[in-house]
Design a protein around this ligand. Structure first.
Ligand code: NAG
Ligand code: NAG
Ligand code: NAG
Ligand code: NAG
Ligand code: NAG
Ligand code: NAG
Ligand code: NAG
Ligand code: NAG
Ligand code: NAG
Ligand code: NAG
Length: 546
């Protein structure tokens, strides 16, 4: 837990955040007493209410029964709220643990948080973040406890909870509880999630269009089956450490990353270690081939290693040429070198294939090959794929989707996001100008998986990545402003903190562009000034989504 950030968060914005609009209709009388008695008054179908508990602003909430793999057993909370915990059966053999956090300073807005990885972990930090902004927030454990996928083994209903049912149930029950507690229904309904949480946001948009009025979906794990194939295939590319094909981690972090910057950093007009649109970078690693004057094996690559790097930055295809997943985007080595190029199987790939695809704990991730890719795509348990291109139901009811993806994401390639956007465009027969009405996608440069990174990565996507409640600089408040006031975001301004540390202050801000535009330096002016950059139109016609 980032305590320093939390303290800073409370200090810098506490006052501003403490004043969300409060509507008279939610006057709650004696809040503590109301909270104490609500548990016994809730009568929700299929649910068992465990407890309700008043949590005072500033409290370091103790969560003793949180699974140890999910994070520390406490959460700092900055709003007075009523915490309600319950279990909801979702089938004869599965169910979710969920919580509703209902703030005393309720803005009328309901919000569901999402999950991450294969995890069954309630997103307490997201709940703390959003309740501090006045949302009534719910979070669920995705149908199982802990970060592993072991609970999927021979339990298709648990997989179904993970694929779609946990969030949907959480929303239905959460809205009902919110209404019962405050005495009238919420005004608007929102979603905030990243990674698996980003996929869950799109799952709602695709299959449960009534659930939300505004969705923030970051780095979405779309085309989930193929994504796990792709995550697993890196082992096949690198081989284990020490093998001829293996490229040492230090090499990725320094020599290769620097060579990528040498070839690609200036494409956006300014060399600052940030590639604004990573899809423009057609990196060629043969520049690092040992030979001639370059013979130092700590700074050059063998021909076999060059091939490894080229494969990493090439799309994963079947032998017939059909696409499984787009390439890793160059620039993300800082995360990817550890996450997927380390010469070991990727944990999510292993668990998903063993327990959700094959139901075989002995499936061997070391021999992963295209038979596995095909099997996963065919099995597609509970349609976890989440790649439906028709979003017309969400559009028809006036809901809005804000999709973002970090351009240094080393866990889910940022190139899958424009692929999905183009798939929606093609499926619905709509140009970007037409999609703008309800669906906008932003490439967030200098940003790793969901948050963190070398650039202006702070866009209000999480408690630890928060600078301002200004909709111009906060993806959640941006979608609220879009839904409630019709102010659709043209850019998302990100902040880079000095040294990447909030307490050290703001280094610079940069406005991230709405796809298909991309950000370029104007060629003059302070490169740290937002105005020195502009979004230019350049839609790639090469992207064939299918
Ligand atoms: C709730 O909002 C009121 C009025 O804006 C403010 O005075 C109060 O400090 C807030 N309380 C909490 C716990 O956030
Ligand atoms: C919350 O409590 C835990 C355990 O007692 C402690 O380690 C942590 O520093 C506390 N956090 C805050 C913000 O006080
Ligand atoms: C309650 O659970 C049953 C199956 O176990 C399901 O058919 C029904 O839709 C559930 N009710 C609600 C409100 O979710
Ligand atoms: C998950 O943990 C909660 C306690 O936080 C417990 O009530 C529940 O039974 C657990 N669920 C499963 C499926 O183990
Ligand atoms: C905690 O999570 C781990 C990893 O997912 C799991 O193996 C373990 O059973 C969980 N513990 C409990 C008590 O549920
Ligand atoms: C990668 O897969 C191919 C085809 O299945 C296989 O021949 C090769 O040995 C694998 N490489 C590694 C490092 O496992
Ligand atoms: C990379 O550069 C080498 C040497 O200039 C060239 O032979 C090769 O075709 C290039 N590879 C790609 C994938 O562009
Ligand atoms: C997943 O990969 C299979 C090949 O194994 C391909 O046929 C399918 O189109 C891919 N799905 C997506 C959504 O890209
Ligand atoms: C390819 O994957 C299949 C399915 O997991 C497995 O049975 C087979 O042994 C693998 N092939 C090789 C050459 O390792
Ligand atoms: C920058 O961050 C590092 C750790 O990431 C820390 O050791 C150093 O003191 C920080 N410098 C400043 C000026 O904040």
């Amino acid at each position: 837990m980032m305590l320093q950030n939390w303290a800073q968060f409370a200090l810098t914005v506490g006052v501003a955040l403490a004043k969300p609009p409060i509507s008279k209709q939610y006057a709650t009388g004696n809040f503590e007493a109301k909270c104490a008695s609500i548990a016994s008054k809730l009568d929700v179908e299929n649910a068992t209410v465990y407890f309700s508990q008043f949590v005072a602003a500033g409290q370091n909430l103790s969560i003793p029964d949180r699974n140890v793999t999910c994070g520390p057993p406490y959460q700092a909370v900055s709003a007075d709220l009523c915490r309600i915990a319950l279990y909801v059966a979702t089938s004869k053999s599965s169910g979710i643990n969920m919580e509703a956090w209902l703030p005393s300073n309720f803005s009328g807005r309901f919000l569901s948080t999402g999950n991450g990885g294969l995890a069954g972990c309630i997103g307490y930090d997201d709940m703390a973040y959003t309740t501090s902004l006045g949302f009534a927030s719910v979070g669920a454990n995705n149908g199982h406890n802990g970060t592993s996928g072991g609970a999927f083994y021979n339990q298709p209903e648990v997989v179904a909870d993970f694929a779609y049912r946990s969030i949907h149930t959480n929303v239905l029950v959460g809205k009902e509880i919110t209404k019962k507690f405050y005495g009238s229904p919420h005004t608007k309904s929102y979603y905030l999630g990243c990674s698996t949480g980003g996929r869950q946001g799109f799952k709602s948009a695709q299959d449960f269009p009534e659930d939300f009025d505004g969705i923030v979906a970051g780095a979405p794990a779309l085309a989930f089956n193929n994504l796990t194939s792709w995550s697993g295939h890196f082992y096949n590319v690198t081989g284990p450490p020490g093998s001829e094909t293996f490229v040492p981690t230090a090499m990725w972090l320094t020599t290769i990353h620097e060579d990528i910057m040498k070839q690609c950093d200036l494409i956006d007009g300014y060399a600052d270690g940030i590639i604004e649109d990573a899809s423009t970078c057609k990196y060629n690693a043969s520049s690092l081939l040992c030979g001639g004057s370059n013979t130092d094996s700590s700074s050059c690559l063998t021909a076999t290693q060059v091939e490894t790097v080229q494969k990493v930055f090439s799309p994963l295809t079947l032998s017939d040429g059909s696409l499984v997943y787009p390439r890793m985007q160059p620039g993300s080595e800082g995360v990817a070198a550890f996450a997927v190029y380390g010469g070991a199987p990727f944990i999510y790939n292993v668990d998903f294939f063993r327990y959700a695809i094959y139901n075989d704990p002995n499936w061997n991730p070391l021999t992963i090959n295209e038979t596995d890719y095909i099997n996963a795509a065919i099995k597609n348990p509970s349609n976890i794929d989440t790649f439906k291109g028709d979003l017309s139901a969400v559009q028809a009811r006036g809901a809005k989707i804000l999709h973002y993806h970090g351009q240094m994401d080393g866990i889910i390639t940022s190139e899958n996001s424009p692929r999905y956007y183009e798939h929606v465009s093609k499926t619905m027969g709509k140009t970007p100008a037409e999609l703008d009405d309800f669906y906008r996608f932003f490439r967030i440069s200098g940003t790793g998986h969901c948050q963190g990174g070398d650039g202006a990565s702070v866009i209000g996507q999480a408690l630890q990545s928060f600078q301002s409640t200004d909709p111009a600089e906060n993806v959640l408040m941006a979608v609220v402003d879009w839904v409630e006031n019709g102010n659709a975001p043209e850019t998302i301004v990100g902040t880079h903190w000095v040294n990447g540390t909030q307490s050290a202050g703001v280094d610079y801000k940069r406005a991230h562009c709405k796809y298909p535009k991309r950000n370029v330096y104007k060629g003059k002016g302070d490169p740290k000034a937002v105005e020195s950059w502009e979004c230019v139109e350049e839609r790639s016609t090469k992207t064939d989504p299918c």
